[in-house]
Design a protein around this ligand. Structure first.
Ligand SMILES: Cc1ncc(COP(=O)(O)O)c(C=O)c1O
Length: 390
């Protein structure tokens, strides 16, 4: 049996480390979700969560993992047989389009190499060719958690507009929200999908849809059967400070505390911290002599870095070695990347020393697992982290 002392290093790209004040907030007694205190709590939260999404419009919260919010976005806005345009940026984009297919929509899935984000030029091309406006929604994963690639949402919006196409724009921000700059209103997104366990620094269990006026109108005529995920009863109950079924009350206490943590730092500073830690991580990977999976410098993720191991090495062996020796969890390669990459999460409740410690653990673990890397990686990161922030 191995024993561990000190804190486990949870450096997967979500779920992320939960700050102590958030844990403490969630340990309060559960209250009556039909009483006045709950109504005050929910009303406050539904207002205060909006700036994280960059919206002044409604945000609904489901007791669910992010997958539930994916489904809610689709079933509220579309009718059976509608066409959706999806892009193969990685494992999660693939899962989302599989869900759309299972739900009875027609998916136009643009192939990808899992090293690039959505190409705005391809969006423009596909939509310009769709003169009959068969495509009812464009679905994009903002930060593809399986690859560490971030798609450029404003440019994709521009491509939709340039094509003069009326499709709804649905964006998955499951691993970007609260970590990477995101603007639902300004970028003209119709449904933003998200969840609790990544940038919001909460345990899994809450999922979100931010909804534009255009998406609300679409929901009025969408014919896909829906019940649990239906926005209409949720919005109607939310107006009174309630929910149509039992909410995840203690996670909502946590959300209130997590929003306080984020706003105390300031969203701009939160985004800058993530950018800095991502840069330090990439500096380490390059100095080790390893390859970053993301192939376009404009698309590096600020929340995780997927690292390719050299031919003949096994990324899962590296991860196992690091877990056994240093009590640190890293993200596995998913889908077609299994065994070929490991993913370093650098999002959520982090600071310079947790990033430095993470990279030290990765460097030692790579060496222990027999992967030849230069010992300069950690120093390259420390050089960067040692410079004053901002
Ligand atoms: C980008 C992205 N989309 C969707 C999901 C699915 O979310 P969940 O596992 O919370 O259902 C994940 C999970 O990590 C994700 O990273």
């Amino acid at each position: 049996m191995t024993t561990s002392t000190g804190r486990h290093f949870l450096q997967i790209p979500g779920p992320t480390n939960v700050p102590d004040e958030v844990l403490r907030a969630m340990s309060a007694p559960t209250i009556d979700h039909r009483g006045p205190d709950f109504s005050d709590l929910l009303t406050e939260l539904l207002r205060d969560v909006r700036p994280v999404f960059g919206t002044t419009g409604p945000v609904v919260v489901f007791p669910a993992s992010g997958t539930g919010a994916w489904e809610a976005a689709l079933v509220n806005t579309l009718s059976p047989g509608d066409t959706v345009l999806c892009f193969e940026t990685g494992h999660f984009a693939t899962l989302w389009q599989e869900m759309a297919t299972r739900l009875g929509f027609t998916v136009d899935f643009v192939p990808g190499d899992w090293r690039h984000g959505v190409d705005p030029a391809v969006v423009a091309e596909r939509l310009a060719a769709d003169t009959a406006h068969r495509v009812k929604a464009v679905c994009v994963v903002h930060n593809e958690t399986s690859t560490g690639v971030t798609s450029r949402i404003p440019e994709i919006r521009r491509a939709i507009d340039d094509a003069g196409h009326p499709a709804l724009f649905l964006v998955d921000t499951i691993s970007s929200l609260g970590s990477i700059d995101y603007r639902h209103d300004e970028w003209g997104v119709d449904v933003t999908v998200s969840c609790s366990q990544k940038g919001l620094m909460l345990p899994p269990g809450l999922s979100f849809n931010a909804i534009s006026a255009k998406a609300l109108t679409a929901a009025g005529s969408a014919r896909t059967p829906r019940s649990y995920w239906d926005w209409a009863p949720m919005l109607e109950a939310n107006d009174r400070g309630f929910t149509p079924y039992t909410p995840a009350t203690n996670l909502l206490y946590g959300l209130r505390a997590a929003l306080r943590v984020l706003y105390a730092e300031g969203l701009e500073n939160v985004f800058a911290r993530h950018a800095r830690h991502a840069e330090a991580t990439r500096a380490a990977v390059r100095a080790w002599g390893l390859e970053i999976l993301c192939a376009d410098d404009r698309e590096h993720s600020n929340v995780l870095t997927a690292v390719l191991v050299p031919d003949g090495a096994d990324a899962d062996h590296v991860r196992r070695t690091i877990l056994d020796r240093y009590d640190m969890s890293l993200g596995a390669g998913l889908g077609r990347l299994a065994g070929r990459v490991f993913r370093i999460g650098h999002l959520g409740h982090t600071n310079d020393l947790t990033i430095a410690g993470t990279l030290a653990g990765v460097q030692m673990g790579l060496q222990a697992a027999g992967v030849k890397v230069s010992p300069d990686g950690v120093n390259a990161a420390l050089d960067l982290l040692g410079r004053p922030a901002g």
